[in-house]
Design a protein around this ligand. Structure first.
Ligand code: DP6
Length: 337
């Protein structure tokens, strides 16, 4: 009789310095352009997976919110998880039923990349149960095929580049610099806890309809090189202006897509202004946003406290999460959510 296998993986979200926005192959999440991100430490997903090899029947997909008990996952999320379980089971050529339970440490679907950490953790735990043993590049490809492209970056820690790739199979993320080499902090101003109204998937689909899409593509080689160099040289003053410019461009493209996508809330703008004011006072901090209203403020450890206190005072900022660069995922035997 075949044995039951269990594994739990924890993977963190990542914040993109150069964004994945627009795909060559959306189904397989093959991006139009390379992206660069920093893997976080605190905003993470734990995913506990059990494979019951002898059991026929449906997979069980649960989601725990906050400290609550796991409950059946909402349909939209369950469908994506189900498709990924089928994909990985097919690759391994195995049968059996999965029991999956996921818990996020942060507000899901609010531009805090819960899909990236979620699908990275799911991929890691499932391949462990399936005895697949992929190397990091293969793991990144498998996570990417979940459809959440940014999950390709969350299987690594520290500073990560995900090239656009020559072909689908070669399209995986690589480490640029380990977390221990540069301690950057990410102070996140949460201005919205609700799920965003337009998914990133839909954003990628509409991106090329913006008249500014080509302009950003033309800017990207210079930006990518500047970000790579700033990371290599651990130079926040060089990194900051480029990531601000890039985040504004992502939203410019979203806002000018047809039909337009507006992710910002009034408090988003208040945070952007506060960050500019902090800089005028000599406190080095730079803002960036993924596809959502929340603002990530990148700063140095000695400035983190001041930045967090200032953001917490702003009207419309519900919560301030103090995060920073993290070492990457880990996998444990057994189930522990
Ligand atoms: C704006 O298709 O990876 O965050 O599945 O929702 O995580 P999710 O999105 P995905 O697109 C990410 C878009 C982005 C930029 C980025 O992370 O590179």
């Amino acid at each position: 009789m075949s044995e039951t296998t269990q594994a739990t993986a924890e993977a963190a979200a990542n914040i993109a310095f150069i964004k994945y926005w627009g795909a060559r192959d959306l189904e397989q999440a093959v991006p139009q352009n390379p992206s660069i991100s920093m893997t976080l430490r605190r905003c993470s997903t734990r995913c506990a997976v059990e494979l019951l090899p002898g059991e026929p029947g449906d997979d069980e997909i649960l989601l725990a919110v906050g400290d609550g008990p796991p409950a059946p996952a909402p349909a939209a999320f369950a469908v994506r998880v189900q498709a990924h379980l089928d994909r990985l089971r097919g690759i391994a050529g195995r049968r059996g039923r999965f029991r999956v339970a996921t818990r996020n440490s942060f507000p899901a679907a609010a531009g805090l990349a819960s899909s990236a950490s979620g699908f990275a953790a799911l991929t890691l735990a499932v391949v462990e149960c399936l005895d697949l043993h992929p190397d990091t590049a293969e793991l990144s490809v498998l996570a990417r095929r979940s459809g959440s492209g940014s999950a390709a970056r969350s299987v690594l820690g520290g500073y990560v580049e995900w090239p656009a790739g020559e072909g689908e199979e070669k399209c995986y993320a690589k480490e640029l610099l380990p977390a221990a080499a540069w301690d950057l902090r990410d102070v996140i101003a949460v201005v919205e806890r609700e799920a965003k109204k337009v998914s990133s998937l839909e954003g990628h689909r509409r991106a090329a309809t913006s008249p500014y899409y080509g302009t950003r593509q033309a800017e990207l080689p210079r930006r990518l090189e500047a970000v790579r160099r700033a990371i290599r040289e651990r130079d926040l003053s060089a990194l900051g202006p480029v990531i601000e410019e890039e985040a504004i461009d992502l939203h410019l493209i979203a806002m000018s897509s047809r039909p337009p996508i507006l992710y910002w809330k009034p408090a988003t703008l208040a945070v952007l202004e506060a960050v500019r004011d902090l800089r005028e006072e000599g406190i080095e901090a730079y803002s960036t946003m993924d596809a959502g209203a929340n603002v990530h403020v990148i700063t140095l450890p000695e400035r983190e406290e001041t930045v967090a206190a200032r953001l917490a005072e702003l009207e419309g900022v519900g919560e301030v999460i103090r995060d920073g660069v993290g070492p990457g995922p880990r996998v444990e035997a057994g189930l522990s959510l």
